[in-house]
Design a protein around this ligand. Structure first.
Ligand SMILES: *[C@@H]1O[C@H](CO)[C@@H](O)[C@H](O)[C@H]1NC(C)=O
Ligand SMILES: *[C@@H]1O[C@H](CO)[C@@H](O)[C@H](O)[C@H]1NC(C)=O
Ligand SMILES: *[C@@H]1O[C@H](CO)[C@@H](O)[C@H](O)[C@H]1NC(C)=O
Ligand SMILES: [Zn+2]
Length: 525
């Protein structure tokens, strides 16, 4: 009985929150691009493999660390010193000089992850001038299934609400008017779920059970990728950079064709990876000499220097080194940095302003993301004489991958984005821990976290979504609380669905909070 009651209450709650989300999506003018998903029952990846690795240093260590535990500890100490070094730079006299600093990073690129909750075109009209005002000069447009791919390989690939050709032209025009450079991102190896989930493309998967990784040796692969690249490049006449993805290729060298290829060429998996990326990048550079391919670098991290160097990959791509943790050196240590410094002329870095602290996160944790940016700027300071840092991509993941739910909506992450844009442009002249208090000035409204309920009266693009998300967060906390919510013993004991159905309970047990409880969850509405 208790269980029935809980189920009933929680399903009511879920409906309430889903419809609140529906309302949010409606207001924001977005819809889920994947409602027509032809789901294949692909087994989902274990959580630790998800892109923005959760805050679990110990379990990540095995994945990333190529060094001894002692070395790791040394790194940790070094980084703590580094961070402490930033903190003590407090200089009250200069802390209000916001905009007179040298720009360490020429490109400040904001990631728009369109896989889930893609904005309407009208939203960009407000967003681009706003981003420009706060110092961004590029967007990384991750199209996924929002690009109107056409032709023989792309039947059912675009989402029903994919942007049209004229939509994209409008986005590009708006970007240009605001001096924002558009860098499209198309996946060409891993995270091709939007393509590989479809029945007709199953045989192009590396392994049947995972729709994430493309088989590099399937004989349609080259044709499909060239068609994707051609269509995207031609849609962006002023393109300088094309991001070709290639992160988290978890299934590599597993199919019979690839195993055979590795045997014939005497390659290990790393070399198979490098060869495919090089082929894709070489195609881009050959067909479109004015375009430089960018590539996520996580798969390089575990390679040896000679594998990386001998592959010649550095002639063809600029790597984008990504990490979303507050302690980057723990994940990408100085050996890796010196390997990159010797291999690549230009290097990009990628931080996260949202979408990296939980796959169903509702609100953005300012502190966490600020710490990530602080850690990045410390790295830039430490390695800037060895490495030419071209720019930063501030990622804002909308889904951990194609099959997961939405995390914080883009407008919910905007205060964090603005805070971090401010920080990376002023990090030498501002005391990091003072930066959050600047957020209210920057946005000219009262922003607090955790939320206090009122809802800030902000005017940034999408501020209403931010307010609604804060209300939803408070409502959820109240619902789940052992004092006022479904976990209260009174609710569990005397407010079962049978009690509710028959209007029958023990009045002694119905404490003062009960009317509010009923009201909140709709029984008295
Ligand atoms: C594709 O590969 C298969 C074997 O895997 C082969 O039988 C077929 O002829 C190839 N098709 C083309 C167009 O090369
Ligand atoms: C936010 O991030 C900070 C820094 O990583 C962490 O200490 C804190 O617990 C987080 N807060 C919440 C509510 O998760
Ligand atoms: C319980 O009360 C509600 C509201 O007064 C009423 O609509 C409903 O018919 C009642 N149910 C029963 C079984 O008496
Ligand atoms: Zn294969």
């Amino acid at each position: 009985m208790k269980m029935i009651s809980l189920n009933k209450l929680s399903s009511k709650y879920i409906i309430a929150s889903v419809s609140l989300f529906g309302l949010m999506l409606f207001i924001y003018g977005m819809s889920d691009g994947n409602q027509h998903t032809k789901f294949n029952t692909a087994k989902s990846k274990p959580l630790k493999n998800l892109k923005p690795h959760l805050n679990s240093l110990s379990s990540d260590e095995n994945e990333y660390m190529t060094q001894s535990h002692a070395h790791l500890l040394k790194q940790r100490q070094k980084e703590q010193l580094l961070l402490a070094g930033i903190n003590i730079k407090k200089d009250p006299a200069s802390s209000h000089k916001w905009r007179d600093t040298e720009q360490a990073l020429e490109y400040r690129v904001v990631h728009l992850d369109l896989k889930g909750a893609p904005p309407r075109i009208s939203y960009f009209e407000d967003l681009f001038p706003f981003l420009k005002r706060h110092g961004a000069n590029g967007i990384l447009l991750e199209y996924e299934d929002m690009f109107p791919y056409t032709g023989p390989y792309f039947d059912s690939v675009p989402a029903y609400n994919a942007y049209s050709v004229s939509d994209i032209k409008k986005i590009l025009r708006l970007a240009e008017q605001n001096k924002i450079e558009v860098i499209p991102l198309i996946q060409t190896f891993g995270h091709l779920e939007f393509f590989l989930k479809l029945k007709q493309n199953i045989e192009m998967r590396e392994v049947f059970s995972n729709a994430g990784s493309l088989c590099p040796t399937h004989n349609n692969t080259v044709k499909v990728l060239h068609a994707m690249i051609d269509q995207v490049v031609r849609m962006h006449p002023k393109l300088k950079y094309l991001h070709i993805g290639s992160d988290e290729v978890y299934e590599l060298g597993r199919c019979a064709r690839c195993i055979e290829k590795m045997k014939v060429e005497n390659w290990n998996r790393g070399q198979l990876f490098l060869n495919h990326v090089k082929n894709v990048a070489r195609y881009v550079r050959t067909a479109y000499p004015h375009v430089m391919p960018l590539v996520w670098e996580d798969m390089f991290r575990s390679l040896s220097f000679s594998e990386l160097f001998d592959s010649g990959i550095s002639q063809w791509v600029e790597p984008v080194v990504w990490n979303y943790h507050p302690n980057i050196l723990m994940h990408i240590n100085s050996d890796v940095w010196s390997m990159y410094a010797h291999s690549f002329k230009n290097i990009w870095i990628a931080s996260a302003f949202k979408g990296a602290t939980g796959p169903d996160q509702l609100l953005t944790n300012f502190t966490y993301h600020l710490e990530n940016h602080m850690s990045w700027m410390a790295i830039v300071e430490q390695f800037k004489h060895q490495v030419n840092f071209r720019g930063i991509m501030m990622t804002g993941w909308q889904r951990y991958d194609h099959f997961s739910v939405l995390c914080e909506l883009f407008p919910v992450g905007i205060p964090s984005l603005i805070l971090n844009l401010f920080y990376i442009q002023n990090y030498k002249h501002t005391y990091p821990m003072d930066t959050p208090s600047k957020l209210s000035d920057l946005l000219q409204c009262d922003i607090t976290f955790p939320p206090h309920g009122g809802g800030a009266q902000c005017a940034f693009p999408g501020a209403r979504i931010f307010n609604i998300a804060q209300r939803l967060y408070l409502l959820r906390n109240e619902l789940e609380s052992p004092q006022t919510g479904i976990n209260n013993p009174v609710a569990r004991g005397w407010l079962s669905d049978q009690n509710i159905k028959w209007n029958f309970s023990n009045p002694h047990q119905n404490m003062a909070y009960v009317p509010r409880f009923y009201f909140m969850y709709g029984y008295f509405l």
